[in-house]
Design a binder for this molecule. Sequence first.
Ligand SMILES: NC(=O)c1ccc[n+]([C@@H]2O[C@H](COP(=O)([O-])OP(=O)(O)OC[C@H]3O[C@@H](n4cnc5c(N)ncnc54)[C@H](OP(=O)(O)O)[C@@H]3O)[C@@H](O)[C@H]2O)c1
Length: 404
Amino acid sequence: MEKEGTEMVEETEHMIVKNGAKDPQNAISASDSKEMRAVVLTGFGGLNKLKVTKKPMPEPQEGEVKIRVKACGLNFLDLMVRQGNIDNPPKTPLVPGFECSGIVESMGENASGFEIGDRVMAFVNYSAWAEVVCTPVDWVYKIPDEMTFPEAAAFCVNFVAAYMMLFEVANLREGMSVLVHSAGGGVGQAVTQLCATVPNVTIFGTASPFKHEAIRHYVTHLLDRNADYVAEVRKISPEGVDIVLDCLCGENTGKGLGLLKPLGTYILYGSSNMVTGETKSFFSFAKSWWQVEKVNPIKLYEENKVMAGFSLLSLLFKQGGCSQVKTAVQALLNLYNHKKIKPLVDSLWALEEVKEAMQRIHDRGNIGKLILDMEKSPTPLVGHMKKTIVTLGCEHTNILTMYI
Ligand SMILES: NC(=O)c1ccc[n+]([C@@H]2O[C@H](COP(=O)([O-])OP(=O)(O)OC[C@H]3O[C@@H](n4cnc5c(N)ncnc54)[C@H](OP(=O)(O)O)[C@@H]3O)[C@@H](O)[C@H]2O)c1
């Protein structure tokens, strides 16, 4: 990860002047530039810890690709990183972000397989939310001609995680049933689309009620996220389900496990419930881990249940799972090319609007993925609008769409 110590910190929040790199006339001067814009997390905490600053231009090290970024994915995990709500958080200041799409600008020594100008998407181990990113060549993938940069930035984390959980861990097959929480979110949408590629899969999905109309065609049985989902699933399917995907790690572990049919698989893959406000809640953190530890392993074998955990970023960044991830990406690109899946982009945000974008996730407002779009200008906000957007709940969606 890059060192931040000597950088010039120049906050450019809601900077209206657009960066010249977009203009082909300025492309050469942009690539010659010694600086770039990036989002910097100055310390763990609330939205005010995010700044847009100028940073030194990174250059590719051995085995790396330098990418001129067009779009970056904003994940729920980024909220947790901002709060310092993850295991072994890295030191701040840091540039957040785990995925981006863009154009190959140069290659480091011993990096091959790409040409300058290739359209690509990439995993990045932090530092994705910047105009230029350098990342190992093994984490970079060419994108199909018809895939837009925002779609590509919405692809890697959500679809690979969904694919590996369904097909590698849970072995999803014809006729099975799946329960997924936050069915309208980034991973949720990827899960429901991938389930639809297998015949006769029944999908139970929880989501905030205002999303139901928009995602109705992806989910067989939609449930209110506030409802007693165990009771609701049992009403429809008394025998339970084959696969439970739980991103509310801890809060509902016992409930989800109890819903499994014999030989069913329960996968923990997130801990959204630990986010209870803008900053980290130690109470929620402790409660989640206490609940998880209450699962009795002896009961698992007596009841023929499989309990699994899945973390794509650990697999890729810490456990050397690059080849498994590559296989998954290839299968997913094949599905994309056959028009079986398509990333659902909720909204595009300028780099300088990262706080508002994050607030939208806190407010549970997104349907699909939020994208930081390098080519988007920040929306000029007059005083009262700025306040309204930050303080209102999901309703701010409507306000935003009026002005973006
Ligand atoms: N293990 C992995 O490899 C992996 C990879 C990617 C993501 N994840 C995990 O998967 C989950 C979903 O990630 P995502 O990036 O796709 O995000 P997302 O689902 O788009 O996240 C936003 C949605 O989460 C729901 N939500 C649940 N608890 C919430 C809370 N406390 N605060 C705000 N919203 C909450 C809301 O939907 P409703 O109100 O409709 O429920 C909200 O709209 C996260 O837990 C994330 O950490 C895991």
